[in-house]
Design a protein around this ligand. Structure first.
Ligand code: NZQ
Ligand code: ZN
Length: 379
């Protein structure tokens, strides 16, 4: 196991009827901005609960944050915050609203020119407005990490950043708010969380970090057992609670301590979304089986371990098939052609990665040519 330093400051408020607890977390006298997306919170009762809970505060709202949130939209919220003198942001929605909120919080305080540089140049974030969230879609783990992914529509770029200042002060996880998720988003969430674990677990196997491995397997087993049930019985509380907590743990930093990390599937997937607008999890479902196949030798010991622990097989190819089958079972298609993409998409994505000069994966050996190979077998 490698050395590590780990701190996660996010306070989790978990369970039924917990939205009202935000009054104990947002400092009294704050001027609050509620951020949200396209309106799902108005249809499932979450908005009304938040309005009630905010009655003691002066508060404003900023809506219309889109999936794969845009830098351009975030900058409108930055202007509103400056105009109104907001000092606390409350994100109410999925990973997109929360990621946008993290960027907005950092951009408001950024003094180095255009805040896009936080993403394009990885300019240091030296402070951020405090924020908390009510997460409505278990998937990204954004509720218990400091990362965010933002898209610039104008240039079709999707880039990530993270900072010690962009951890939520608190996250409310009420599994009942996820009852209203459409099947597509249930599937997306489970696939995203599954792939988060793979990025931190399915690497070359020299880490000897047994506890992290067991934890990773526990999260994945939970997703494999409960995911399909959420599609069949969407209002089963325990199923939703297990999925919500498993998704949070998949990317709260815990299982990555002291071990190598991959993230190639995400980096390739982000480019597919940037160019073609696929849902984040759809891109992962296409790419991961390709990464596993092309890097079979490097990742072999871990693939076999995954097969034995989770899918009841000790064969590498059967494990890759089982992973693909699980994504399909969750309703997320796994080939480029399922989304109308072909050789043009493969060329565009691999050309951009060549231009960026990125070498991906836990060994830094996934070049643009490897990406072409990975995507070609996923046609
Ligand atoms: O916009 P509204 O109307 O709220 O509808 C949303 C949206 O259309 C809807 N939704 C959310 N909660 C709902 C609901 N509909 C009914 N009932 C509910 N309870 O679902 C749609 C998708 O929401 P979105 O927030 O985009 O999904 P998700 O949570 O999967 O977030 C995806 C974004 O997170 C980034 C992705 O790249 C993508 O931009 N990621 C963030 C990460 C992080 N911060 O750590 C890590 C991930 O790897 C990921 O990259
Ligand atoms: Zn993800």
């Amino acid at each position: 196991m490698e050395n590590f330093i780990y701190a996660n400051p996010v306070k989790i408020i978990f369970g039924k009827d917990t939205i009202k607890e935000i009054v104990n977390e947002i400092p009294k006298g704050s001027k609050v901005l509620m951020t949200y997306g396209g309106g799902s919170i108005k249809n499932n009762g979450v908005y009304d609960q938040v309005v009630k809970a905010l009655s003691a505060y002066e508060w404003y709202e900023f809506s219309g944050i889109e999936p794969n949130p845009h830098y351009e939209t975030c900058m409108k919220a930055v202007a509103l915050i400056k105009e109104k003198g907001i000092d606390f942001i409350l994100s109410v929605g999925g990973g997109s609203v929360l990621d946008a909120t993290k960027f907005i919080a950092a951009a408001v305080c950024f003094e180095g020119g255009d805040p896009w540089q936080i993403l394009s140049k990885r300019s240091e974030v030296k402070k951020a407005l405090p924020f908390g969230d009510i997460i409505t879609l278990p998937a990204t783990g954004s509720e218990m990490n400091a990362g965010a992914v933002i898209t610039r529509a104008e240039t079709q770029e999707k880039l990530a950043f993270g900072s010690p200042y962009t951890y939520p002060k608190f996250s409310v996880l009420d599994p009942t708010v996820t009852y209203s998720l459409p099947p597509r988003q249930i599937g997306n969430g489970v696939v995203d969380a599954f792939v988060h674990v793979m990025e931190q677990y399915l690497t070359y196997s020299e880490s000897n970090a047994l506890l992290q491995d067991h934890m990773a397997e526990a999260i994945v087993k939970t997703l494999v057992i409960e995911g399909p049930k959420a599609l069949i019985t969407p209002t089963d509380y325990d199923v939703r609670a297990n999925l919500m907590w498993a998704s949070t743990w998949a990317l709260n930093g815990w299982i990555s301590q002291g071990v190598p990390e991959d993230w190639a599937t995400h980096m390739i997937g982000h480019e597919i979304t940037a160019f073609y607008g696929l849902d984040h999890a759809q891109t992962l479902a296409i790419v991961l089986p390709g990464v596993m196949t092309v890097l079979k030798e490097q990742k072999g010991k871990k693939i076999i371990r995954l097969g034995k622990e989770v899918f009841g097989t000790d064969d590498i190819d059967d494990t890759i098939k089982a992973v693909e089958g699980f994504f399909e079972k969750m309703g997320v298609k796994t080939h480029l052609s399922d989304y109308g993409l072909d050789d043009e998409a493969i060329a565009k994505v691999s050309d951009r990665l060549a231009k960026r000069g990125w070498k991906l994966g836990e060994c830094g050996n996934i070049t643009a040519d490897t990406v072409k190979e990975i995507l070609t077998i996923r046609k």
